[in-house]
Design a protein around this ligand. Structure first.
Ligand code: GLN
Length: 195
């Protein structure tokens, strides 16, 4: 498995993948991308990651692998990068796309920049999960092929969609790599190895 390693909390995702039973490498170059069977797009700043993807000539090969069915898990900024449509995008911000959703950047911003809650993720056993949101997007609209896996249970953002899956593409608004609960990574690794 790979973790896109141009910006963001790469190390935590590498550890979570390793602890979920996968071999994991950082991906910075097209030849590293070619070696992986699944990829994590970490949180960070989606506009910066977009610029670096273009500068490192990773955007085109990544779009190609996604179109071929590469399993990809995007967290926070990674969710934005997987989205086909972005609200409140900056400048000429581009995404990789593949996930038929509309996300809103910094969506929780006006109420609270960052917050934590307990939520249930469909298809992930073991009860509620502690979810950490950091200047996170939410999903504002989903296409017919997209399965909603989690919503915010309570508070001002109650009902907002924060985890989705479409075939091999998985995305969460929150950051499971910071809590030590690796169930999302395990779910992704299991699904990738099965596929
Ligand atoms: N606000 C960031 C963005 O728009 C995402 C924040 C994060 O990944 N923690 O890219």
């Amino acid at each position: 498995m790979g973790v896109l390693a141009v910006q963001g909390d790469v190390r935590e995702h590498l550890r979570a993948l390793e602890e979920s039973g996968a071999r994991a490498i950082g991906v910075r170059r097209p030849d590293e991308l070619a070696q992986v069977d699944g990829l994590v797009l970490p949180g960070g700043e989606s506009t910066t990651i977009d610029k670096l993807l273009r500068a490192f000539e990773l955007q085109a090969p990544l779009r190609e692998r996604i179109a071929e069915g590469l399993p990809v898990y995007g967290s926070c900024a990674g969710m934005i990068l997987l989205a086909d449509r972005v609200l409140d995008a900056t400048g000429d911000q581009q995404t990789l796309g593949g996930l038929d959703v509309t996300v809103r950047r910094n969506a929780f911003g006006r109420q609270v920049d960052s917050f934590e809650t307990e939520l249930f993720v469909h298809g992930v056993d073991g009860g509620a999960m502690h979810a950490v949101f950091i200047r996170a997007p939410w999903v504002e609209a989903v296409g017919p092929e997209v399965e909603v896996l989690a919503t915010v249970p309570e508070g001002p953002a109650a009902g907002r969609v924060v985890a989705v899956q479409q075939g091999p593409l998985l995305a969460t608004s929150f950051h499971p790599e910071v809590t030590g609960d690796h169930r999302i990574h395990r779910h992704f690794v299991t699904q990738t190895l099965r596929g």
